[in-house]
Design a protein around this ligand. Structure first.
Ligand SMILES: [Zn+2]
Length: 472
């Protein structure tokens, strides 16, 4: 195939990308053009950015309608920030909302009217580009279903900018509208990965704008149940948003083929409630192998343990950071009890990470220094730790162990159970460990067996980069 592509096709590609490097390559010989087609296709078209605006949508459409390029598209990334940096800088003001330039029909409730057909441009003379003033939803669905047939990974993100959350209208999409659109477009298709990355507080208003009938529709349920293997919910869930909580819980519970689940709840206080809903589901749990959880507040040890136990037969990778446990006083249940639960129930675990785990009224972080001297450590595997400075001393606040499932992991978890302590006197007995600033080791040989390496705190974010799943 590579030998038969005409030079015209390469030139055709450069019209879509406009990257300086690619333009430079146009100056070189034909042979190189041919040889690099596949690589360029993968480099430039495996991820396509979209803001549903008149800058980025025509580009998506052009790629989708190109017989040679459409097959490279694996992932669609939807977000407003994306748009500020490419695609439509020449057409629209910097950092514009989603959906600008098209017509978005609405129901009385404010939800997108996804049953509406295309609207003629003459009805919307106020739009700068009359030819674009149409309802593109039917076209978008068609492109995803029939043209971008390798694109089965969908990501939504909001900006982290200063502009407030946009409310959807007939000329602008809210973030939730974008969720709505993607869920709907993906219904009936084998979408394998769905990720929501909303950093703004309140960026997701699912309860108000996403009609339940979308996630209750048979086509959606069928494809979600059988195809979805990765789900990320990066958003805030609050207790007064009952419908949002129930929609979010259903999105997880219905994904029966799910292997990787990422919950980043943006310091949600409703995290415990959310976990309880998931743990209480009557249906069998999805066969999760990877779970990462972060940024939760007010979690009860009971809710957390009950949730983790559900994946006891399958879970290989568990990551927990900034999960604030509720409770104080001598009778409070604490992190060691959660570690004990993991030791008893998660028999397949191969990689376990804890980092920055606060508890109690003052949100003091649990510390793990004694494990670096603990003589019960396993004989094999890798241990990593991170430190934080408090006062003039360094304290171990994060630990990651990778090793064999079974005896080795159980030994490590037992160590964590015995060695973890909280510097808050309301929670546990005082222990003074830590390292002087000058003496904080980069490497420790524990009990002559296991080598532990100090790494930077930021490396304690989940190892698993969901972006690498499936196509890199
Ligand atoms: Zn745009």
């Amino acid at each position: 195939m590579l030998d038969t592509l005409p030079l015209e096709l390469i030139e055709h590609i450069t019209r879509f990308v406009g990257e300086p490097g690619l333009l430079n390559l146009r100056q070189t010989n034909r042979h190189l053009h041919r040889q690099t087609f596949e690589a360029f296709g993968k480099a430039f078209f495996s991820v396509v950015h979209l803001s549903f605006c008149i800058g980025t949508f025509p580009r998506l459409q052009a790629i989708a309608e190109d017989e040679n390029l459409r097959v490279f598209v694996r992932e669609l990334r939807v977000g407003e920030d994306i748009c500020s940096y490419e695609g439509c800088r020449d057409l629209l003001p910097y950092n514009h909302p989603l959906g600008v330039g098209y017509h978005w029909p609405r129901e009385q409730s404010g939800c997108l009217d996804t049953t509406a057909s295309a609207v003629s441009s003459s009805e919307f003379p106020f739009l700068s580009s009359p030819s674009a003033a149409t309802n593109i939803m039917p076209l978008f669905r068609h492109l995803l279903a029939s043209r971008l047939t390798n694109c089965r990974s969908l990501l939504l993100s909001d900006g982290c900018g200063n502009r407030p959350q946009q409310v959807g209208s007939t000329s602008i999409l809210s973030n939730t509208d974008a969720v709505h659109l993607l869920l709907l477009a993906g219904a009936g298709l084998p979408v394998t990965s769905f990720r929501i990355e909303f950093r703004r507080v309140g960026a997701i208003l699912l309860g108000r704008e996403l009609p339940r009938r979308v996630i209750d529709s048979p086509a959606f349920v069928a494809s979600w149940e059988t195809s979805l293997t990765e789900l990320r919910l990066g958003c805030q869930l609050e207790q007064d948003e009952e419908q949002l909580l129930s929609v979010a819980a259903d999105l997880v519970r219905r994904a029966k083929a799910l292997r990787r689940l990422h919950l980043q709840l943006r310091l949600s206080f409703a995290a415990s409630d959310f976990l309880r809903r998931l743990a209480a589901a009557p249906e069998p749990p999805p066969p999760l192998t990877h779970l990462d959880m972060s940024s939760m507040r007010g979690v009860t040890p009971a809710a957390l343990s009950a949730f983790l136990r559900r994946f006891g037969d399958t879970l290989q990778y568990l990551h927990m950071d900034y999960i604030e446990l509720e409770g104080a006083g001598p009778s409070a249940t604490t992190w060691p009890s959660v570690f004990a639960e993991c030791r008893r129930h998660l028999s397949r675990l191969e990689c376990f990470t804890v980092w920055a785990l606060p508890q109690g009224p003052r949100a003091q972080q649990w510390l793990f220094d004694p494990i670096l001297k603990w003589d019960g450590v396993p004989d094999s595997g890798n241990l990593e730790f991170s430190v934080r400075m408090v006062g003039e001393r360094y304290w171990v606040n994060g630990v990651r162990y990778k090793g064999q499932a079974g005896a080795a992991m159980q030994k490590f978890l037992l160590g964590l159970e015995e060695c973890a302590y909280c510097p808050d006197p309301q929670i546990g007995p005082a222990r003074a460990e830590g390292y002087e600033r000058a003496n904080c080791p980069d490497e420790v040989q524990i009990a002559g067996r296991l080598r532990a390496t100090r790494i930077k705190s930021k490396k304690f974010h989940p190892i698993l980069d969901p972006l690498s799943v499936g196509f890199k």
